[in-house]
Write a protein that binds this ligand. Structure first.
Ligand code: C2O
Ligand code: CU
Length: 458
């Protein structure tokens, strides 16, 4: 599937197919998961058979004010179990949507009611937490926006939902789910990135306009590299959480499940375009283009967004629980790794579809990685001894990275740890319950990279 690249190529005349709409915030809503069809590939290609929420890919953007309640009934019209997980939201444990841990899986024909309060402002998303590689890759994902009480001073907003598809030449989803190569390598990498369910987003802004860009990567494997042209942009939030000090950038890396919020001023001249593209091997491909009309002069750098109410991790009293990540192609699993309580050699584990281990255990453990008392501060140095990057995600609480010099990075819920890297995180265990801690590269998650953390109620 061809897109035009940065700098060359003629202007595309594709109509923008913005696959999301904004629903009212006050009423309960039904979110029906079912199969359907959608025009995901560029015009000229056939429609794609997808799995969708209320027939839309991505699902409707759910928009709230901070403090609002989300009330949603998941109705499962798929042929298999599913759930809804509200990625990055700090919510009560029984609303977290993890089958077999926080709720029963929702069987075909059944439903489940979710209800919780929107504690944090920011950009979040929802997706199934069952058979995730397939369910997310077939289209089940949507964005949640929680508006700040005091809104930033902007002239426009664009939410770009990036979905990574492995498509056949007929624009159908390649049925290669659960293959061992994907599981033991970089996961199910696609060959086509859609934006808001279509080929690209097209719009127009006057020069000098200040636009909030909400970038959401729903891919189950791909780390998406974005480049901006014709903008002056600052990162103001990551994974929904505002940065204390926005920083200027021309490129943005968004790992699987991560979000990046930018405040971006249109700098291109009247008659030019402001572009957002994905940087790939063959070039930088346009995902969003905005025709620029005459406008105003540049503005000073943006103010930080108002912070969410986050706890303060105290490194000096923190308990350290190391995590060692092993396995995958090239390196393999350590000898004597266990799965479901049994020591097995790597060949037997591969037979069982297990290619990765945390602390020499593949898959879920009976005992949590950490059993934390309420309010305890936990540090987890994550040593990646594999040859692949992993997007480590903690449910229920956000963490900060402990940098080499001891300073703390931004609040995040997902951190990419590259091969042979060690990255340390710290969090305050202030949300009681059992929380998943796993690689968000869903092929890795289902083939070993899963664990959990218990936060006691007292
Ligand atoms: Cu996006 Cu276990 O989650
Ligand atoms: Cu991984």
């Amino acid at each position: 599937m061809k897109r035009r690249t940065f700098l060359k190529g003629s202007a595309s005349v594709l109509a923008a197919s913005i696959g999301h709409s904004v629903l009212a915030t006050e009423s309960a809503r039904d979110i029906r998961a079912s199969s359907g069809t959608a025009q995901i590939a560029p015009a000229g290609y056939p429609q794609t058979e997808v799995w969708a929420y209320n027939g839309q890919v991505p699902g409707a953007t759910l928009r709230f004010r901070q403090g609002d309640w989300l009330e949603a009934r998941l109705i499962n019209d798929l042929q298999e179990d599913t759930t809804l997980h509200w990625h990055g939201l700090r919510l009560p444990n029984d609303m977290d949507g993890v089958p077999g841990m926080t709720q029963e899986a929702v069987a075909p024909g059944a439903s489940f009611d979710y209800r919780f309060q929107m504690r944090d402002a920011g950009t979040f998303w929802y997706h199934p937490h069952q058979n995730s590689v397939e369910q997310i890759s077939r289209g089940l994902a949507g964005v949640i926006i929680v508006d700040e009480d005091k809104q930033p001073d902007i002239d426009g907003e664009e939410t770009l939902v990036l979905q990574d598809w492995r498509m056949t030449e007929e624009a159908q989803i390649h049925p290669s789910f659960g293959n061992r190569h994907d599981m033991s390598h970089a996961g199910r990498l696609g060959n086509y990135i859609s934006v808001n369910g279509g080929a690209d987003v097209i719009g127009s802004y006057p020069k000098g306009a200040r636009v909030r860009l909400r970038l959401v990567n729903t891919a189950t494997a791909k780390i998406i590299q974005l480049a901006l042209q014709g903008w002056r942009a600052w990162v103001v939030a990551v994974d929904g959480m505002p940065l204390g000090v926005p920083y200027e950038t021309e490129t943005v890396e968004v790992g699987p499940a991560q979000r990046v919020d930018l405040i971006a001023d249109v700098m291109a001249e009247d008659g030019e375009e402001a572009l957002i593209g994905s940087v790939e091997r063959g070039g930088t491909f346009v995902l969003a283009s905005f025709a620029v009309t005459s406008g105003s002069a540049a503005r000073p750098a943006p103010q930080p967004l108002p912070p969410n109410d986050m706890p303060s991790p105290d490194l000096t009293t923190a308990r350290t629980v190391p995590l060692v990540m092993e396995g995958g192609a090239m390196r393999g699993l350590p000898n004597g790794a266990t799965w479901q309580g049994e020591k097995m050699d790597a060949r037997a584990l591969a037979e069982a579809g297990q290619f990765w281990a945390f602390n020499a255990v593949a898959g879920m453990t009976d005992a949590p990685l950490v059993d934390a008392s309420l309010g305890e501060t936990i540090r987890i140095p994550m040593q990646n001894k594999t040859a692949f990057p992993h997007a480590m995600h903690l449910h229920g609480m956000h963490f900060r990275e402990v940098m080499q010099d001891g300073s703390l990075g931004p609040w995040r819920d997902t951190l990419v740890v590259h091969g042979d890297q060690t990255r340390e995180i710290v969090f305050v265990a202030d949300n009681p319950g059992d929380w998943m801690f796993h690689c968000h590269m869903a092929s890795h998650q289902m083939s070993g990279m899963m664990n959990w953390i218990r936060v006691e109620a007292t």
